[in-house]
Design a protein around this ligand. Structure first.
Ligand code: FA5
Ligand code: MG
Length: 458
């Protein structure tokens, strides 16, 4: 399908396996998550009626309010402060005060409108799927990116701001993926006078453009054919100048964090809310690593937020991504560790001196396989979503699980039923697990799978 191919690797929730999954099969997969057990959910002080979209688990809800990005001496808090300080210094008003304001305690429960509609994310976009997000109910979800707050803040009159907070995505489990991670997002809006300070007489908008407010119903599904050069309303000189400022600032941030000699490159990409759009990659340990997404904000978004005479850039960066490189932290689960052996290694007293993490110790892994028959007429991604299974494992075993992979699947020639085999690697971050203890947990996962997915253990 064109949409899914077009957005592969560039969606706001990049995960190649699901980006290639067909929409039809994911709709089927949505049916497989167990129905909510309570008619109502209390989240962050508000009550929400549950419905067939509800898929947040108690385990996931337990992360709300953890605020690792605000915890003193936590590596994520150190990275947050480095980014904020960089922006404070990069943009100042005439009196020398920072131009940017920072929002780092916004409620992670957002509406579908905030997370998707306001950002022109097409109704059929893969990132909306129930198998990729944590929905509180059909209208509310745990934000999948901090960009979800963009429109409310612009509508409130802000033109230079940063949003920092945790985001929630249903994903695989390994050393770099966790269902909760942190992002910093920024928006900078400028007027014609500001952008063309040194070139008065140039315009932000094409003379031929009518200036008409975009009709939300006419926002094309899937910006499939979005022109990477510019939006029709903007002049080329405005876009080029804005692009230059944005890239200059973001390369500056990258050098501030990784040192002046860091190798980087810009890659063209697609986001529904920016045009043109880029990703910034850095060269790290013989690989190119994506650190942020950015672009020129779609003018329809500004218009709908009541801003007609400005244009802007926006970007979003992952804090764990940065922190893992900067502190040499090998496993994303460590950010959730309360072990003093981990936490005591970092200090925000000297933000410029980032120590390399020293492993507390290497505890052994235990690997157990779990194979089961799926119910009749159900197969992977058509009635059974591996993400549902991963959530179940997380709920039962928590951070004892280091990795899960789908290692095998086959169809029985006679019964026509599908068998799947998951390999679960258990390893605790802070102590040695005994095989007996792992077996107990493994059994609990097996019986919870039978209850939730109606499978038959092999
Ligand atoms: C977004 O989330 C966009 N909202 C970013 C954006 C904002 C673009 C404003 C344009 C304008 P993406 O899904 O690529 O895009 O995530 C942004 C960054 O978050 C990535 O570059 C990466 O640093 C981090 N990130 C994304 N997925 C993960 C993950 N599974 N684990 C850790 N970090 C991640
Ligand atoms: Mg990306």
């Amino acid at each position: 399908m064109l949409l899914t191919l077009r957005v592969q690797g560039t969606r706001l929730c990049p995960r190649p396996a699901s980006a290639t999954r067909s929409l039809a099969s994911s709709v089927a997969a949505e049916k497989s998550s167990p129905p909510p057990t309570q008619p109502q959910l209390e989240v962050n002080g508000s009550t929400y009626a549950t419905d067939s979209w509800t898929n947040v688990t108690p385990k996931i809800l337990s992360y709300l309010g953890a605020n690792k990005h605000l915890q003193t001496d936590h590596p994520l808090s150190i990275i947050r402060q480095r980014i904020v300080n960089y922006f404070y210094a990069a943009y100042r008003n005439q009196r020398g005060n920072p131009l940017f304001s920072v929002y780092d305690k916004l409620n992670p429960v957002v509406t579908v409108q905030q997370n998707f509609d306001n950002l022109l994310i097409p109704g059929d976009h893969v990132s909306r799927q129930k198998s990729d997000c944590y929905y509180v109910n059909q209208q509310h979800l745990l934000r999948a990116h901090t960009t979800a707050h963009q429109v409310e803040l612009i509508s409130g009159g802000l033109d230079n701001f940063l949003v920092v907070g945790e985001v929630y995505r249903r994903d695989e489990i390994d050393s770099t993926h966790y269902p909760v991670f942190h992002q910093a997002d920024a928006v900078r809006l400028v007027t014609k006078d500001k952008l063309f300070e040194r070139n008065p007489g140039l315009e932000l908008f094409e003379e031929t453009w009518s200036g008409q407010l975009a009709d939300p119903k006419r926002i094309l599904p899937s910006s499939k054919f979005m022109d990477q050069t510019k939006q029709p309303c903007h002049t080329l000189e405005a876009v080029k100048l804005m692009e230059h400022e944005m890239k200059h600032v973001l390369v500056g941030l990258t050098k501030d964090l990784f040192g002046p000699r860091i190798k980087y490159r810009w890659v063209d990409t697609y986001f529904p809310f920016t045009q043109p759009s880029w990703e910034l990659e850095i060269y790290f340990k013989d690989n190119w690593l994506e650190v942020l997404g950015c672009g020129i904000m779609r003018h329809e978004i500004l218009q709908r937020a009541g801003v007609h005479q400005s244009m802007g850039y926006a970007f979003g960066v992952g804090l764990e991504r940065l922190a893992m490189v900067l502190f040499d932290i090998p496993d994303i689960r460590l950010f959730w560790s309360n072990d003093s052996g981990f936490l005591s290694q970092f200090s925000e007293k000297d933000l410029l001196n980032l120590p390399k993490y020293k492993p507390i110790s290497h505890y052994p892994q235990c690997t157990n396989d779990l194979s089961f028959w799926l119910p009749e007429d159900v197969q992977v991604d058509a009635g059974f979503s591996p993400n549902d299974f991963y959530d179940l494992v997380r709920s039962v075993a928590g951070d004892m699980v280091e990795q899960i992979s789908l290692v095998d699947r086959f169809k029985h020639p006679k019964t026509g039923k599908w068998s799947v085999c998951f390999r679960i690697v258990y390893r605790h971050m802070e102590r040695t697990l005994t095989q007996a203890e792992v077996n107990e947990v493994h059994k609990l996962i097996a019986s919870a799978s039978v209850d939730s997915f109606n499978v038959q253990i092999r």
